[in-house]
Design a protein around this ligand. Structure first.
Ligand code: NAD
Ligand code: MLT
Length: 527
C-alpha cells in the first residue's frame, strides 16, 4: 500500500499514514506527464487544489483505489473518470469551513475600508486619508449565493455586523436559511437588492459564470462582489468591464478562472478597486491540520478495508451504520451474483425491494451492492460500490428501488427481481440473527439456503428419486455435498434444489445431471 501526495499538506498527514504502516511518497509540483508515469505504483493519491487529476492520469492509475482531497472543492479531479474506473474520490468537508468564512469576512471588511490599498500607499510614504474613504457594512444588504457550510458561517458573522441578509440556494430549505438569519429569495432579487454579493457555491455547469455581464447589469450601481469560492463562478472579463463602468464599486477575489491567474486576468487583479489574495481561504494552520489529519484517516480507512467517509462519488456511510449494514451489503452482493450467474438473455431491468428492519438503514449502498454482484464478472474493470450504479446507467439497465412494509415471516427481506430478454427471476434473501445470510425464495419456491462457496442450483419436477439421483452422480465423482435444500411450488409441480458442494462441479458432471429425467435445468454457481 503506497500513497502519493502531490500538493503541500501538513506533516500530520504523512505521520498518520506511516503510523498505520502505509508507505508515503511526497512529490509536489510534478509535471502532468511525470505524474502519469508514476501513478501506476500507488493505491492512493492525496491532493489539494494544485494537482490536476485528469482522465489521462486516472487511466494510467492501474492500482489506484482512492483519491483524497485535503479540502472541499474537487473541481481539479475528473470525478466521472474516477467513478468509471471504480476509484473513490473523497474530500474533507468542514475542516476548513471556519477559515474560509473568516477569510470572506476579512475580504468584505478590507474591501469596504480599502485596507490593502491604504497599506500599500502608506508603505510607499504617502498619507492619503481622503482617497481611502470607506463605507460601513452596517445596515447594508448582503446577498449570499450558496448557503452550504461556508455560506452559513459567513451569514452568522455578517449578521453580527448588522447586515441585512438575503440568500439564494436551490438546495436548502427556508428553515435552514432562517436559522442563520437569511431570507431566501430568487436570484433576480439577489442582483437587484444586494449592496454586497458573496459567492459560496461549487463550480458546476450551473454556476459557471453565474456572475456574468447580463447579471451584473441587473445589479445595483455600487455593488461589491466577493468571491472566495471558486474561480469561474465569476466571469472575470465581465467583472472588469463592470468595475470600469462604475456599476461595480469593487471586488475581493481569492480564486480565479486560472490558478495561478493568466496574463489575461492581470488587468482585473491590478485594478485599484480590486483586492486579491492567492487562494488563501483555507490557508490557516488550524484548517491545514484539520484537513490533513482528516484526509489521512479517511484514506487509511479505505486502504485497510474500513468505512468509506466523505466520498463524493459514493453515498457516505457513518462507520457505526456501516457495521450494521455490512451483513446486508454482503447478502445483496451474493444475491446479485446469484442472479447474474443463473440469468439468461440480455439484462434489461433490476428491481430491489426492501422490507422490515433493513429499512432502518440507507438502502442505496445495498442497491449498489446488488449491482456490484451482478456486474462483477462482466467487465475487466474492478467493479465496486462506486462504479456499479454508473455501469448500470452506462449499459442502459433500469434499476428500481422499492421500499415496502413489514413482512409477516421475516424481520428483514431483500428481494431482487432480474428481468432479461428471456424472462424474469425473483430471488429473496434475509439475515437471520446478526449476520447469518440465507436465500429464502426463488420464484415461487421457498426454502432456506446458505449462499456460499460452490453451489449447484437445479430446477426439477417434484417427483420421487430426483434428489437421490443428483446425490449419487455427485458421490460417484467424489464431490462432497455440504448442504442441501429444496422448495416446490406445489406437490408434483416445479421445484428448485440447491446444494452447497465442497469442490467445483466439472462440465461433464453438470451435463450428466442436466440429462436426468425430471431435471428441467441445472447451473453451477460460485458465491
Ligand atoms: P458546500 O457544499 O457545503 O456548500 C455549497 C452550497 O452551494 C450548497 O448548499 C449547494 O446547495 C449550493 N449550490 C450548489 N449549486 C448552486 C447554485 N446553482 N446556486 C446556488 N447555490 C448552489 O460547500 P462549502 O464547504 O460551503 O464550500 C463552498 C465553496 O467554497 C466551494 O466551492 C469550495 O470549494 C469553496 N472553498 C474555497 C476555499 C478557499 O480556499 N477559497 C475554502 C473552502 C471552500
Ligand atoms: C477548498 O476547496 O477546500 C479550498 O479551495 C482550499 C484548498 O484548496 O485547499
Amino acid at each position: 500500500m503506497k500513497v502519493l501526495i502531490t500538493d503541500p499538506v501538513d506533516q500530520g498527514c504523512i505521520d498518520m499514514l506511516q503510523k498505520q504502516g502505509i508507505l508515503v511518497d511526497m512529490k509536489t509540483g510534478l509535471p502532468a506527464d511525470e505524474l502519469k508515469d508514476i501513478i501506476s505504483d500507488y493505491s492512493a493519491l492525496i491532493v489539494r487544489s494544485g494537482t490536476k487529476v485528469t482522465a489521462e492520469v486516472i487511466e494510467a492509475a492501474a492500482k489506484l483505489k482512492v483519491i483524497g482531497r485535503a479540502g472541499t472543492g474537487v473541481d481539479n479531479i475528473d470525478v466521472d473518470a474516477a467513478t468509471r474506473r471504480g476509484i473513490i474520490v473523497m474530500n474533507t468537508p468542514g475542516g476548513n469551513t471556519i477559515s474560509a468564512a473568516e477569510h470572506t469576512i476579512s475580504m468584505l471588511l478590507a474591501l469596504s475600508r480599502n485596507i490593502p490599498q491604504a497599506t500599500q500607499s502608506l508603505k510607499e510614504g504617502r498619507w492619503d486619508r481622503k482617497i481611502y474613504m470607506g463605507v460601513e457594512v452596517y445596515g447594508k444588504t448582503l446577498g449570499i449565493i450558496g448557503l452550504g457550510r461556508v455560506g452559513r458561517e459567513v451569514a452568522l458573522r455578517a449578521g453580527s455586523f448588522g447586515m441585512k441578509l438575503i440568500g439564494y440556494d436551490p438546495f436548502i430549505s427556508d428553515d435552514a436559511a432562517s436559522k442563520v438569519g437569511v431570507k431566501l429569495v430568487d436570484l433576480d432579487e439577489i442582483f437587484s437588492e444586494s449592496d454586497y454579493i458573496t459567492l459560496h457555491t461549487p463550480l458546476t455547469s450551473e454556476t459557471k459564470h453565474l456572475i456574468s455581464e447580463a447579471q451584473l447589469e441587473r445589479c445595483k450601481t455600487g455593488v461589491r462582489i466577493i468571491n472566495c469560492a471558486r474561480g469561474g463562478v465569476v466571469d472575470e472579463k465581465a467583472l472588469l468591464k463592470a468595475i470600469k463602468s462604475g456599476r461595480v464599486a469593487g471586488a475581493a477575489l481569492d480564486v480565479y478562472e486560472d490558478e495561478p491567474p493568466s496574463a489575461g486576468s492581470m488587468e482585473l487583479l491590478k485594478h485599484e478597486r480590486v483586492i486579491c489574495t492567492p487562494h488563501l481561504g483555507a490557508s490557516t494552520r488550524e484548517a491545514q491540520v484539520n484537513v490533513a489529519l482528516q484526509v489521512a484517516q479517511q484514506v487509511a480507512d479505505v486502504l485497510t478495508g474500513g468505512a468509506v467517509r466523505n466520498a463524493v462519488n459514493l453515498p457516505s456511510i457513518d462507520p457505526k451504520v456501516y457495521q450494521r449494514i455490512e451483513p446486508y451489503l454482503n447478502l445483496a452482493e451474493k444475491m446479485g451474483s446469484l442472479q447474474s450467474q443463473l440469468g439468461e438473455g440480455h439484462l434489461r431491468e433490476v428491481s430491489i425491494e426492501y422490507r422490515g428492519d433493513v429499512l432502518n438503514y440507507p438502502t442505496s449502498p445495498i442497491t449498489s451492492s446488488v449491482l456490484k454482484g451482478i456486474f462483477a464478472g462482466s467487465s475487466e474493470r474492478t467493479i465496486n460500490l462506486v462504479n456499479a450504479p454508473f455501469l448500470a446507467r452506462e449499459r442502459g439497465v433500469k434499476v428500481n428501488e422499492i421500499k415496502s412494509s413489514e413482512h409477516e415471516d421475516f424481520s428483514n427481506l431483500i428481494t431482487v427481481t432480474y428481468c432479461t430478454s428471456k424472462g424474469k427471476r425473483i430471488i429473496s434473501g434475509t439475515i437471520f440473527g446478526k449476520n447469518d445470510p440465507r436465500i429464502v425464495r426463488m420464484d415461487e419456491c421457498h426454502f432456506d439456503a446458505y449462499p456460499e462457496g460452490d453451489m449447484l442450483v437445479c430446477g426439477n419436477v417434484d417427483v420421487p428419486g430426483v434428489i437421490g439421483r443428483i446425490g449419487t452422480i455427485l458421490g460417484d465423482e467424489n464431490i462432497n455435498i455440504a448442504r442441501m435444500t429444496w422448495g416446490r411450488e406445489k406437490s408434483g409441480g416445479r421445484a428448485v434444489t440447491l446444494l452447497n458442494v465442497d469442490s467445483p462441479i466439472p462440465d461433464q458432471v453438470l451435463e450428466k445431471i442436466v440429462a436426468q429425467k425430471h431435471i428441467l435445468w441445472a447451473k453451477r454457481v460460485r458465491l
